[in-house]
Design a protein. Structure first.
Length: 494
């Protein structure tokens, strides 16, 4: 029996506003689409939070035994500076400023995106399609929407007719906005616009002469609208109806609302069964965003080269910090919060690595099976990683009690405890067991650190405290912690 048949997974569907039991369209299989980055700049930590949130979802679904097809796109065309239909293409603008080809911009920041997510130990998606690789499909779907009468052509551009669509379907149901309010709240249509109504959005835009990213189409040399690429790439690889669509909360409107409208207009079917939205990472209480300059780059955290933090933190600790908050809660980034996470992370890792050395007894007076189920219950309840982490700390407490002799554990339960903690910490939360990784690298690293520990001890004996502190601090910056104890100095990695 697959694990998903034993565990009842529920999660919050932004469409219904309720936690719902998850039932995929095809038993045992899950199709999941997540909006990927627009690759015109380095990803900031806010972007990473959203991708780590969905990595948790991907990992847990896989752990439950589902065969998951996870599609996450790369937006390499069509995303204009202004999220509505105006402004320069973000990638073309960067190319102009840096005097390089748009595809060089795309390549540079796609590589950066992959590097950073790999550092955070995110699993790669099953398919990572690009918008420019699907222009033909985008043109085809525009033709379909035109045929169904939900779009119109004007001066070489094609717009989605929101008012007409809303007469037969419902526009605004995901974000809970009524079309009447949208109409009342939008200012007059700009005089130069070809749109019939301000709510309409572009499916295809005719390129101005200076617009370099352009493709031929039946309507004009131009480029596709930003919302359309996600409709095309999700339905191409997952079908006209699929299980899960995710993205950051800020994409709910208009991006996801437009995706629903396009999908329904083209196929008559509602494309997504479960909508998931990850909440924002804030800095100084304000949304982290490229456009406002209120952001921090992951590399600035790993190296400590920034004004926000008092020291460097490893990707592992940053990932742990992110997962200590529920994905639907706002999370504020701060130096103190990261310091707290680092302490907790080290405590968790140390306890995990001490399991092997625990003295085994005849029997166990710690309810391992009961505790294990509480870990599953946390994840089954809307992927609640902070509760799961609290449960892992219950195990840390038990391990410490066993060390003190106030609790006992049998040899077989020791193995079960280790296996369960490992599954939740490494497979599901995606933390990295740096100690066993270092061992895997061979004894070289351990040998080098031990050498430095000996040199530091020598420096101390010679009262050269400046040097001994320098060794400790620089190792710390690299994520290597030295701990002085009764039996000498030990180290831990994170
Ligand atoms: P973009 O490259 O701007 O399209 O953003 C890529 C992803 O990052 C989207 O899913 C956004 O919702 C998400 N995102 C942007 N800013 C933040 C933030 N401050 N916190 C969490 N997610 C964010
Ligand atoms: Zn999207």
């Amino acid at each position: 029996m697959a694990l998903y048949q034993e565990q009842s997974l529920k999660f919050y569907n932004s469409m219904s506003g309720e936690k719902e039991i998850f039932t995929p369209i095809n038993e045992g299989n899950v199709g999941m689409y997540v909006c990927g980055p627009t690759v015109y700049s380095n990803v900031h930590l806010g972007n990473c939070r959203t991708f780590i949130s969905f990595d948790l979802v991907f990992r847990y679904l896989k752990h439950l035994g589902y065969k998951v097809r996870y599609v996450r796109n790369i937006t390499d065309a069509g995303h204009l500076e202004n999220d509505a239909d105006s402004g320069e293409d973000r990638i073309a603008k960067k190319a102009r400023l840096e005097q390089i080809e748009p595809m060089e911009v795309v390549q540079k920041y796609t590589v950066d995106f992959h590097n950073i997510l790999q550092k955070f130990n995110n699993l790669p998606p099953s398919i990572e399609p690009t918008a420019t690789g699907h222009i033909v499909e985008q043109i085809e779907i525009i033709k379909k929407i035109l045929e169904k009468g939900f779009a119109y052509e004007a001066n070489g551009s094609v717009y989605f007719d929101v008012i007409k669509f809303n007469k037969e379907h419902s526009y605004g149901k995901l974000s809970g906005r009524a079309i009447e309010d949208m109409i009342a709240n939008t200012r007059e249509l700009a005089a130069q616009s070809d749109k019939r109504n301000p709510q309409d959005f572009a499916l295809w835009k005719k390129a101005e002469p200076q617009h370099i990213m352009r493709w031929p189409s039946p309507w004009s040399d131009g480029f596709p609208g930003w919302h359309l690429e996600c409709t095309v790439m999700s339905t191409k690889y997952l079908g006209e109806e699929f299980d899960i669509h995710g993205g950051g909360m800020d994409l709910k409107f208009p991006h996801h609302e437009c995706e629903i409208a396009q999908g329904e207009a083209a196929s008559g079917k509602s494309p997504v069964n479960y909508w998931m939205h990850a909440n924002m990472l804030t800095l100084n209480g304000k949304k982290m965003a490229k456009s406002t300059g209120n952001f921090i780059l992951p590399e600035q955290i790993f190296t400590g080269e920034n004004d926000v933090l008092t020291k460097a933190f490893s990707p592992n600790v940053v990932r742990f910090f992110i997962l200590q908050a529920h994905y639907r809660s706002i999370l504020d980034f701060s130096s103190d919060a990261l310091l707290g996470s680092e302490k907790g992370f080290n405590r968790l890792m140390d306890a995990f690595h001490s399991i092997d050395d625990l003295e085994a007894s005849q029997n166990t007076d710690f309810d391992i099976q009961g505790w294990k189920q509480t870990c599953y219950d946390a994840m089954n309840d809307d992927f609640n990683s902070p509760i799961l982490i609290a449960k892992l700390f219950d195990a840390v407490k038990a391990i410490n009690n066993i060390k003190e002799g106030s609790t006992s554990i049998s040899e077989s339960d020791k193995a079960e405890l280790k296996k369960t903690m490992s599954a939740f910490m490494f497979d599901i939360l995606g933390l990295v067991d740096s100690v066993s990784e270092a061992n895997g690298d061979g004894e070289k690293l351990t040998g080098t650190i031990e050498l430095l520990i000996r040199l530091r001890a020598e420096a101390r004996n010679n009262k050269n405290f400046a040097l001994s502190d320098q060794i400790r601090d620089q190792l710390q910056e690299m994520g290597i912690q030295l701990k002085d104890g009764k039996e000498g100095t030990s180290f831990s990695l994170n």
